[in-house]
Design a protein around this ligand. Sequence first.
Ligand SMILES: [Zn+2]
Length: 351
Amino acid sequence: MRRPSAVFTAIAAVVVALFALGASVPAALAQGKEHVNIDTPKDRQEFSIYVPPLAPLTIPVSACDNIFTRKVKLSVGAGSASNTSFAGSPTETFPGDRVCVAQNLTFSPDQAQADQELEVVIVATATFAPPNQSTVTATNKVTIKIKTVGVKAWSDGDHALAWTDFQGPVPNAPKDDAETFCKINWHISDDVKSEFNSRTSSWDATARKGIKTRAVFVRKQSWVTKKSDQTLHHEQGHFNICEIYRRKLDKKLKDLLGGLEGKGSAATQPEAEKAALADLAKKVTKKIEDDVTRAIKDHLNACDAKQREYDREHGDPPGTHHSQDQTAQQAWDTQIEKSLNNQPSSYFPDP
Ligand SMILES: [Zn+2]
């Protein structure tokens, strides 16, 4: 009762929980003082937004004062700033001289920012109307947490699906009662560690390939029309199959890349790390690169094919016919469990 997809991307759904940010320029500024603070509301407000791949995240910011021109800049994360600014008509007017603008700042989280704490820096620049015409700048920093709550990762421990996880829109004239959208994500990084060697008075660095893989269930793309325990159990099987191939891929990538090590020594830490990374890069040969690419492709294709086998009506082994065939469902359940317990299963050979 579903068709899954293995998609070739690293992070598909990024959801962000953040604090509401309020940037208010105090009225004292109108007199041209050169110092200003932006206040963050005391009562912290957290909310989540579902953000499709690389879609911009919107952060509401308000700035208050009789600002003639205004500009607010947002930067996120150390070094990976993606700035934006706004200027526009005031949307709210308050008694006295104060004018408030409430506008949205946006930035596009990239996949490396998922599941990380990031510092957001808001810089508000206000230029006041004549006769003062002074320009002041205020900054504030807030930490936000970018969470991938739009997906449920099998390895996060809580991998049991519930109908509340199926939050996607139902397509027109659905052929099935439910659909599970799950996929395998991977991320390969250059990890470098260094330490000062007091004997040689130099820095020694070691670089290795970091490998992260996740089997994720995408809530906003999974849907249900007719809820039953039997169907939910069957959908869980799809997610579990995804995890089985995630583990196989993880092992294969570690076999290919885990043993590689780059070394570097130098008088300074950055130089040593640079040398170690260069040494590691030399060891990642074209053949290894090709093997990695092929391994990823093979595992995703195998997962996809297995999901279809699980659903099919005929064949060897017999499919569950979308859970209609309960005898076959039990046979698959047994094999899925075996494989998840790291026992060999004839249903799930290595690709
Ligand atoms: Zn199915």
